[in-house]
Design a protein around this ligand. Structure first.
Ligand SMILES: *[C@@H]1O[C@H](CO)[C@@H](O)[C@H](O)[C@H]1NC(C)=O
Ligand SMILES: *[C@@H]1O[C@H](CO)[C@@H](O)[C@H](O)[C@H]1NC(C)=O
Ligand SMILES: *[C@@H]1O[C@H](CO)[C@@H](O)[C@H](O)[C@H]1NC(C)=O
Ligand SMILES: *[C@@H]1O[C@H](CO)[C@@H](O)[C@H](O)[C@H]1NC(C)=O
Ligand SMILES: *[C@@H]1O[C@H](CO)[C@@H](O)[C@H](O)[C@H]1NC(C)=O
Ligand SMILES: *[C@@H]1O[C@H](CO)[C@@H](O)[C@H](O)[C@H]1NC(C)=O
Ligand SMILES: *[C@@H]1O[C@H](CO)[C@@H](O)[C@H](O)[C@H]1NC(C)=O
Ligand SMILES: *[C@@H]1O[C@H](CO)[C@@H](O)[C@H](O)[C@H]1NC(C)=O
Ligand SMILES: *[C@@H]1O[C@H](CO)[C@@H](O)[C@H](O)[C@H]1NC(C)=O
Ligand SMILES: *[C@@H]1O[C@H](CO)[C@@H](O)[C@H](O)[C@H]1NC(C)=O
Length: 706
């Protein structure tokens, strides 16, 4: 930070005087400025302090420079001096005071160039000791500081009054506040002030002076002693008070009479006021109780409505030196005519129906004392209890809760659960929000009616109210259902009627559900009041086959039957039909075979016969041979479709198609009858074939085309 102004000033000087020879003489630079405090930075009050400001200035010329020094305390310029010497600037603080404490800085200005020193703190410790002067050495009793007056910056005047008699030592101090610090001076010299007592005083007298009992009359006087020595001309006042209660007041004498009471605070005060001076005399009067505060007790401590009871009032202690016990009379407040006093302090009779507050009043010698209030709350007998099942229903074999409840009755109430008149369990209910619940289990439905409840809240009662018998629904859980199939499984076939019967044991209503394995939804659902139901399938088809089971549900549980698989067999007529078809086919085959074999033999004979019979008998073997040989490829052209030329095995076809067997061209002219017959076979003719009756095939051979 110090370098910056230095650099700046060098730059400025080089800028404004760029190497000018003439101006070179005047060239200078302020190298440093420091401020120091002598003899030290912390000095006691009264020291002669010197503040020294040292500036280091380098200059090239011989001419002295005009220096302007400024000294700052905090931000206040406290001293400025112009000089042409290069000597340190000294600023004197003779006889330094606390107010000289502060931060000092020094600044220098030479022909417009400035530099400022760092701040140096001066601390002056210690304040001057104040002196106390007093105008009067002896005063008469009076009171406290009443005035404070600032005379000038170094003097303050106080006016004091002293409230108590005797010697009082007085001294003073002062403080100098220099934010943020505050400096406290030493204590001044001490001056003793002697305060003399005023001889005029109040006098308090109470009669009788001792052994005061309740009811005694007290005579109290408040007077002034040494009235003649009153130094003051101010008016005199007397006040007689008891605690905060002003009993009486006057100017020279006050008297008062009252009856002594034990409970009141018996402290009296006689007060004398003259001008601003008050003088007080107090007295405490001990009062003995004539009889102690009565207590009220009840017997018995717990009573029910209209029951006998007695209240007893009693004052434990009686001042026997003044009265006898018999002198204390007792009464009840409010007066109650249901209760009669059999002996002093004892009141007997029937309890009220409702809550009643009693206070006992004891009296003797005009003194009345009240006991604390006793609240008699007669209890209410429990009403006939009601018995119920908590959930409204009981499940056989499962635990359930029985609730016993009386609408009326004071707590605590003992509820006893009875089974067949035998107590099972007892529970005590203390609060209205509590309930008497008993957990039980029954094995047979009829057992539910054996439960009863008894309620008791009064030990004196022998015949306690008894509830009715428990009446509740008992739900018998369902047994595992059985699924029966009708007709019997083996006999189920298509078209039949199928009955699935699901039966179980347990409490109705029962919901039955029939399921087939693999199906999401039950096949059939019904709710029944009897323990079985059925599901009927008319017109069974193969699709009805599968594995079935049923579910039975009642309020207690749900159970599933075992699974039964139903296989639907084929209908009888279909079987018969298939059988029949098979039979037909079989018989056809057999017939075919038979025919074949038969015809094989028969044709040999028949063909030979027909050939020879229809042809002219004269036609020789040669003709036949020639016919065959002339038309070797086509025989019976009306019958035959184009025919393989070779000696091939044509496929044997059924139905309306022509069936060929092996066709063999016999060697020319070498035809022998047997060969010829064996080579050609005609089994069946196409339907489209024109009008030759079938028999012709066999009986009338067609005429060969010539
Ligand atoms: C000025 O002088 C003081 C004391 O001699 C020294 O501590 C300070 O570093 C100097 N400052 C510069 C800028 O030379
Ligand atoms: C302070 O200086 C005054 C004269 O200026 C001198 O009389 C006094 O004795 C000095 N005080 C101390 C403590 O040196
Ligand atoms: C203050 O007042 C008193 C008397 O009134 C005088 O004797 C004293 O010199 C005064 N002091 C100052 C510092 O004015
Ligand atoms: C006070 O005392 C005076 C005389 O001593 C008497 O006449 C007056 O009746 C008394 N008053 C009371 C209230 O006792
Ligand atoms: C107290 O009772 C007795 C009798 O027991 C009687 O003689 C006396 O006068 C009674 N005293 C008071 C103050 O009532
Ligand atoms: C009895 O006194 C109690 C308080 O002490 C009060 O709450 C209650 O109402 C009183 N009962 C009657 C019947 O006055
Ligand atoms: C009686 O009831 C209580 C609470 O309901 C139960 O803890 C206890 O086991 C019961 N006793 C019998 C003998 O059932
Ligand atoms: C209720 O039962 C408890 C415990 O069994 C017993 O101490 C109390 O005397 C009974 N209270 C009544 C009114 O029966
Ligand atoms: C039991 O209760 C049912 C219905 O709540 C009622 O119809 C029946 O009469 C009752 N049985 C007895 C014995 O009270
Ligand atoms: C249905 O209930 C009757 C008696 O109500 C019982 O005899 C019969 O066995 C029950 N059926 C089944 C399948 O359990």
């Amino acid at each position: 930070m110090v370098l910056l102004p230095l650099l700046t000033s060098m730059l400025l000087s080089s800028y404004f005087h760029p190497g000018s020879v003439v101006d070179a003489q005047r060239s200078f630079t302020i190298r440093n400025i420091t401020l120091s405090v002598e003899p030290s930075a912390e000095v006691p009050r009264g020291t002669n302090v010197t503040i020294r400001c040292t500036a280091v200035v380098s200059s090239s010329g011989q001419e002295p420079l005009n220096r302007k020094y400024s000294i700052y305390q905090g931000s206040n310029n406290i001293y400025t001096k112009n000089t042409i010497t290069s000597e340190d600037l000294l600023y004197l603080l003779p006889d330094a005071r606390v107010s000289n404490t502060g931060k000092y800085k020094c600044a220098i200005n030479i022909e417009g160039k400035n530099m400022q020193s760092d701040a140096t703190k001066l601390t002056v410790t210690g304040l001057s000791k104040p002196t106390l002067h007093l105008n009067k050495g002896v005063v008469s009793e009076d009171s406290k500081i009443i005035e404070e007056k600032l005379v000038n910056s170094t003097e303050v005047e106080f006016k004091l009054r002293f409230s108590s008699v005797g010697y009082h030592k007085v001294h003073c101090t002062y403080s100098v506040l220099m934010m943020p610090d505050s400096f406290k001076s030493e204590e001044s010299n001490t001056i003793t002030v002697s305060v003399k007592e005023m001889s005029i005083t109040p006098v308090l007298e109470i009669y009788p002076q001792s052994r005061i009992y309740e009811g005694d009359v007290l005579s109290i006087t408040c007077t002034i002693r040494n009235m003649a020595f009153n130094p003051s001309t101010a008016p005199i006042y007397l006040y007689l008070s008891q605690g905060t209660r002003l009993l009486s007041s006057g100017d020279t004498k006050v008297n008062y009479s009252t009856v002594a009471l034990a409970e009141d605070p018996m402290d009296f005060e006689c007060r004398l006021e003259i001008g601003t001076v008050a003088k007080v005399t107090t007295k405490m009067v001990p009062v003995t109780e004539l009889f102690s505060t009565p207590t009220i007790t009840m017997s018995p401590t717990v009573v029910f409505q209209r029951e006998d009871m007695s209240l007893t009032c009693n004052s434990e202690k009686v001042a026997s030196e003044r009265i006898n016990r018999e002198n204390v009379t007792y009464s009840l407040e409010p007066p109650n005519f249901l209760l009669t006093s059999t002996k002093p302090g004892v009141f007997s009779g029937k309890t009220m129906m409702y809550e009643f507050n009693y206070t006992c009043v004891a009296q003797a010698k005009g003194i009345t004392k009240y006991s604390a209030t006793l609240s008699v709350k007669p209890k209410v007998l429990v009403s006939i209890p009601k018995i119920s099942v908590v959930q409204g229903r009981a499940v056989l074999g499962e635990p359930f809760e029985i609730l016993c409840h009386s609408d009326i009755g004071s707590y605590p109430i003992n509820y006893t659960l009875l089974w067949d008149y035998e107590p099972l369990n007892t529970t005590t209910v203390w609060l209205p929000k509590e309930q008497a619940r008993f957990k039980v289990t029954i094995r047979r439905p009829e057992e539910i009616n054996k439960f009863m409840c008894e309620a008791k809240n009064n030990l004196k009662i022998t015949q306690d109210p008894l509830s009715k018998r428990l009446n509740a629904t008992v739900i018998v859980p369902l047994t595992e259902p059985t699924l029966t199939i009708l007709p019997e499984l083996a006999e189920v076939s298509e078209g039949d009627q199928l009955y699935l019967i699901c039966g179980t044991k347990g409490s109705p209503p029962v919901t039955f559900k029939f399921y087939r394995v693999g199906d999401e939804q039950p096949k059939f659902t019904t709710t029944s009041n009897i323990n079985h139901t059925h599901y009927r399938v008319n017109e069974l088809t193969k699709g009805h086959g599968g594995t079935y089971y049923c579910e039975a549900i009642n309020q207690a549980n749900n159970v599933f039957s075992e699974r039964v698989t139903v296989e639907v067999q084929m209908a009888l007529w279909k079987k018969a039909l298939i059988g029949g078809i098979c039979l037909v086919v079989l018989s056809l085959l057999v017939l075919g075979c038979v025919l074949y074999f038969k015809s094989k033999r028969a044709r040999v004979v028949r063909t030979a016969v027909s050939v020879w019979s229809e042809r002219p008998p004269d036609a020789g073997n040669d003709e036949v041979s020639s016919v065959v040989s002339n038309e070797p490829d086509v025989e019976y052209t009306e019958v035959v479709h184009p025919q393989p030329l070779d000696t091939v095995r044509a496929p044997l076809r059924k139905g309306t198609d022509t069936v060929y067997s092996e066709l063999k061209n016999p060697p020319h002219g070498a035809a022998d009858l047997n060969d010829y017959q064996g080579s050609v076979e005609y089994v069946e003719r196409p339907e489209a074939f024109p009008p030759y009756p079938e028999v012709n095939n066999y009986q009338d051979l067609p005429v060969p085309v010539e």
